[in-house]
Design a binder for this molecule. Structure first.
Ligand SMILES: [Fe+2]
Length: 363
């Protein structure tokens, strides 16, 4: 049985020497009067949308050199990603940190508690941030960013808005799929990938049958599955779906899980058109089995299921202009090498441009 919020607070005994990252909603819903004088940061007080270098610098400034012992993050993946940086001895200028101009060195205990069932950030050594000067999101992967403890408390997931739930659960599914087909996958990472896929697709089928409220009965399973997917991609990596989604997320402020959902089918179709064998074929057969359908129908049926969980739009529906597609492609090819190295088949600049062009008019 996983812990309750009360169990968590009892175990960790927050104090005034702790730094806690939590949204105002999480504070109100679960932590009112229970923070024991800890310094609390709501990153949304430092800027709009998903986190940027500017927001991180704003928090550094607000802390004004204040010292603290442990860093807690209770939130979605973006909150966890920001908090990871504050466990380092030095994090500013944050753009320099991401470009490895100085090393990441751990200085504080880091305790990560996810409140969405998606990012798996609690078990990875990666922090994703939008670097405004570079015009894209970038990932910093460093062992110094691992949590000392990751705590799974399903109660924190209660009352998640439908779209936040949908986007984060689809993100977790994509982590499991991309890590499964990554050339860096291993028998161990693929086991975690498959377990995550099985639980998430089972939960989605229950939602398809009984509606979104049915998810409440599956929250613990979704939370564990997203952490399994985190272990899988923390070892084998994510790939082109994430790489192509970052420019859209950064430019149009589309939530991470939704921008991934937009790219998912087209990226896997591009792989399939270039080479269909090995773990791509095994993945397709596994999905067909879970959805009780044929190999040919596996991806179309999966996409139809995901559309019921979270409807998505063509790129132009998010405000993208046709002229932007070249810039998006350039960003993917020049700044997302870390992810593009994990593609099932190499995708060239014209492949990437072709995917964006296809998605421009078609969801
Ligand atoms: Fe993701």
């Amino acid at each position: 049985m996983l812990p309750t919020v009360e169990d968590f607070l009892k175990e960790f005994q927050l104090s005034s020497s702790d730094l806690v990252f939590a949204s105002s909603g999480t504070q109100k819903r679960h932590l009112a009067g229970k923070l024991s004088g800890a310094t609390v940061i709501d990153y949304r007080a430092y800027g709009q949308g998903e986190p940027t270098d500017l927001m991180v610098e704003g928090i550094v400034k607000a802390l004004g050199g204040k010292t603290y012992d442990r860093v807690f993050a209770i939130g979605g993946g973006t909150i966890l990603d920001v908090a990871k940086l504050f466990a380092l001895e030095k994090l500013s200028p944050v753009t320099d940190l991401y470009q490895k101009k100085f090393p990441a060195k751990k200085a504080h205990k880091l305790i990560l508690v996810p409140t969405t069932c998606g990012t798996g950030s609690e078990v990875t050594n990666i922090s994703i941030l939008e670097l405004t000067k570079l015009g894209t999101k970038m990932g910093l992967a460093d062992a110094a960013l691992y949590a000392d403890q990751a705590v799974l408390v399903p109660e924190f997931l209660k009352g998640l808005p439908d779209r936040v739930f949908g986007a984060s659960a689809i993100d977790a599914l994509i982590h499991s799929v991309e890590s499964y087909t990554s050339p860096k996958s291993t028998p161990f990472s693929r086991t975690f990938s498959r377990r995550a896929m099985d639980a998430i697709i089972e939960g989605f089928l229950a939602i398809q049958k009984d509606g979104l409220p049915a998810r409440e009965a599956y929250l613990e399973k979704f939370l564990i599955a997203s952490t399994y997917a985190g272990v899988a991609f923390g070892n084998a990596g994510c790939a082109a779906v994430h790489a192509l989604s970052y420019p859209l997320g950064a430019a149009q402020h589309v939530p991470h899980g939704e921008s991934n959902a937009v790219m998912f089918a087209a990226v896997y179709e591009a792989y399939k058109n270039k080479r269909y064998d090995g773990y791509l074929e095994k993945l397709t057969l596994h999905i067909a089995n879970l959805l009780r359908t044929t190999e040919d129908e596996a991806f179309p049926k999966l996409m139809a299921l995901l559309d019921e969980i979270l409807p998505k739009k063509p790129l132009k529906g998010y405000g993208v202009k046709e002229a932007d597609l070249k810039d998006y492609t350039d960003i993917v090819m020049t700044k997302q090498g870390r992810l593009m190295a994990n593609n099932y088949v190499e995708l060239t600049e014209s492949d990437v441009m072709g995917i964006y062009q296809k998605l421009y008019n078609q969801a």
